[in-house]
Design a protein around this ligand. Structure first.
Ligand SMILES: CC(C)(COP(=O)(O)OP(=O)(O)OC[C@H]1O[C@@H](n2cnc3c(N)ncnc32)[C@H](O)[C@@H]1OP(=O)(O)O)[C@@H](O)C(=O)NCCC(=O)NCCS
Length: 204
């Protein structure tokens, strides 16, 4: 997979920055809007949707380039009518797709959700939305198909934490180097002091 574009950053939007989400969603072309909202979404719909995100405290983790939001991961507060599962949604503008932006946003969103103590997340996408289904599958979503939509849940207890669980190769190398240094040091010490030598028969 290609690296994240060099000139962008990933961060959580503040309440004052929420208009950037609205502008991002308005820039999506009609096919992308349909994929994002599982149906047609005109400007009025997007305006009121973005206003609702601000009002209800939706967390937005954004991919930002030159003060423009080009990608967003939304973490919606759990709704009591929906079994208490927080809903998540993603959108990445065409100019920066297939560069790993969606994957990084997903990873950051999972960390945010875990930090808030959520146990699972809900995602809904159109059945024909191969990109979103593939992205969700990367994070272990179990999607089921019903009435043109795939709804899935992501179990946060099952998420791997590669950064914490497995040391990076640089860290592993440093650990290996320190182990072999220690081994060499003890060998030298043993050789100098005679420790560990086999007992020699004493000449009478
Ligand atoms: C779905 C979406 C967010 C993916 O964003 P992205 O930044 O392109 O995603 P990534 O580059 O991280 O790709 C992640 C994985 O998704 C899959 N994928 C992405 N685009 C794909 C496509 N067009 N076809 C098939 N698989 C695709 C790949 O498996 C990819 O992993 P890989 O590159 O390691 O093979 C983006 O296509 C989008 O915004 N679509 C319109 C809005 C939408 O559908 N939102 C979902 C509703 S919740």
């Amino acid at each position: 997979m290609a690296a994240l574009p060099a000139n962008g950053t990933i961060r959580t939007l503040t309440a004052r920055e929420m208009p950037l989400l609205r502008e991002h969603l308005l820039r999506l072309d009609s096919a992308s809007r349909r994929d994002r909202f599982n149906g047609a979404a005109d400007e009025r719909f997007i305006e009121s949707y973005a206003a609702r995100c601000l009002a209800d405290g939706t967390v937005v983790i954004a991919y930002v380039e030159d003060d423009k939001v080009l990608g967003a991961a939304e973490l919606h507060q759990p709704d009591s009518s929906d079994g208490g599962m927080p809903e998540i949604a993603f959108s990445v503008e065409r100019s920066v797709r297939r560069k790993g932006v969606g994957t990084i946003l997903f990873r950051r969103l999972i960390a945010e959700a875990e930090g808030r103590g959520y146990r699972s997340l809900r995602i809904t996408t159109g059945y024909s939305n191969g990109a979103m289904r593939a992205l969700a599958n990367k994070f272990g979503a179990h999607l089921t198909f019903r009435q043109g939509e795939s709804t899935g849940s992501i179990d946060l207890k099952q998420q791997k934490q590669p950064e914490l669980g497995k040391p990076s190769s640089a860290v592993s190398k440093a650990v290996r180097a320190s182990v072999s240094f220690n081994r060499a040091w003890w060998k030298l010490l043993w050789g100098m002091s005679g420790w560990g030598r086999a007992a020699q028969p004493r000449a009478e």
